[in-house]
Design a binder for this molecule. Structure first.
Ligand SMILES: C[S@@+](CC[C@H](N)C(=O)[O-])C[C@H]1O[C@@H](n2cnc3c(N)ncnc32)[C@H](O)[C@@H]1O
Length: 386
């Protein structure tokens, strides 16, 4: 297999993040071929996949297309997959994980195709190498993804392995943390690039603050990870990987002045967790942490962004108390944050209404299966209520 050959790459993401992911891919010179709520297709080489795994902030997995074919039965699936030279991709000593998404009339039991893919791969390696790899659901070795829809099937090598949202910095999650990929997309949606102040009251375990600092420094999201799916394949070239990592490291703006990032929470344990997570991510020096009520957060003079992610009643918090909290957020925005652009990330429309300020944009997101909005408020002295 030629690791320089350009193939279709499916980069998956959480539902609705595909526009942010598409923008990231374009910025990395990867043209968007098509975009769907759960992913974006681009064209790139296996080597490019290594770079994408390091750099992408909003992606879950980078999938490298091995074969696309017509498929009418599990037997046809087995036959097609048996013709791929697996002995050149997977060492018999490696662990194999197969992930399937099946929506076809050809099978009743959606686990059966998964078994067929696994059998086709390990049987071929047994024939060619005299030994078969272990297999199971853990993504600790080589990961292969099957998509089978009606009579078409796509088989991908999952170059990420574990999801890229697992950045490895969140050692202390605390309550209701946002997934790192979602937090990165929210920061991207505010247009933040480190050139203005960023204030994050109610920061919880610090995910938004850390993703903001990583963006401000141009520090790749995957730089803390040492494990990726591609490392376990026989296509992996350690020397090349070291060079790619070193080149990407050089693009980190270590000395670029970043304006203040202020993160506060009224829960001391949350701030402890956030500080520890920021330290692990190597951005603690960029974030000023403080324990206080959100309304006592310091707002540096001038223009900046203030972003809050209060509880919204689905998982934490009591609704009556939350109504009062949202009303107080509106007052705080209006009275203390003039000249800033305010953002509120919430999954509760009714509570959002209690803020009582006019929104200038309402950007849709999903937090798990909860429909959320990032509400934007253009604040100025005496921001009016509608
Ligand atoms: C939904 S969590 C934020 C999660 C965060 N985005 C993350 O990814 O970890 C809301 C946070 O608001 C904090 N909070 C609630 N009421 C507050 C108040 N009056 N002042 C400051 N923080 C408050 C809670 O302690 C909690 O950490």
């Amino acid at each position: 297999m030629d690791i320089n050959e350009h193939k279709n790459i499916l980069v998956t993401c959480a539902p609705g993040l595909n526009d942010y992911l598409g923008a990231e891919l374009e910025a990395l010179q990867c043209k968007v071929v098509s975009s769907h709520p759960g992913g974006v297709v681009t064209r790139a080489s296996f080597i490019d996949c290594m770079k994408l795994n390091l750099s992408l902030r909003t992606a879950y997995s980078v999938l490298y297309l091995l074969r696309e074919f017509r498929c009418g039965s599990p037997e046809a699936l087995y036959k097609q997959i048996s013709t791929i030279p697996w002995e050149k991709i997977i060492d018999p000593g490696e662990h194999l994980c197969v992930i399937s998404q099946v929506d076809t009339w050809s099978v009743n039991n959606t686990m059966y195709p998964n078994l067929k893919v696994k059998d086709a791969i390990v049987d071929r390696i047994q024939r060619k190498r005299g030994r078969r790899p272990d297999s199971g659901p853990e993504r600790t070795g080589v990961v292969v993804n099957l998509f089978w829809k009606n009579d078409r099937a796509w088989l991908y090598l999952n170059t990420s392995g574990f999801k890229l949202s697992d950045r490895n910095y969140r050692k202390m999650p605390h309550h209701a943390p946002l997934r790192e990929t979602l937090a990165a997309a929210v920061i991207m949606a505010t247009g933040y690039d480190g050139s203005c102040e960023m204030v994050l009251p109610m920061c919880g375990s610090g995910t938004l603050a850390i993703e903001a600092a990583l963006i401000a420094m141009n520090k790749p999201a995957g730089i803390l990870r040492s494990d990726f799916g591609f490392i376990h394949t026989k296509l992996h070239d350690e020397q090349l990987w070291k060079t790619i990592r070193n080149d990407i490291r050089k693009s980190i703006h270590k000395d670029k002045p970043v304006r203040r990032i202020i993160a506060t929470d009224n829960d001391e344990l949350a701030i402890q967790a956030a500080r520890q997570n920021a330290r692990t991510a190597g951005v603690e020096h960029l974030i000023e942490f403080n324990v206080c009520d959100f309304a006592d957060t310091e707002i540096p003079p001038g223009e900046g962004i203030i972003l809050m992610n209060p509880e919204y009643g689905q998982r934490l918090g009591d609704l009556d108390q939350l109504e009062n909290l949202y009303k107080r957020i509106g007052d705080f925005f209006k009275q203390k944050c003039a000249d800033y652009t305010g953002y509120l990330f919430t999954g509760n429309k009714q509570l959002a209404g209690k803020v009582g300020l006019k929104t200038s944009a309402r950007l849709p997101f999903f937090n798990g299966n909860i429909e959320c909005r990032l509400l934007k408020y253009q604040l100025y002295p005496g921001s009016r209520r509608p």
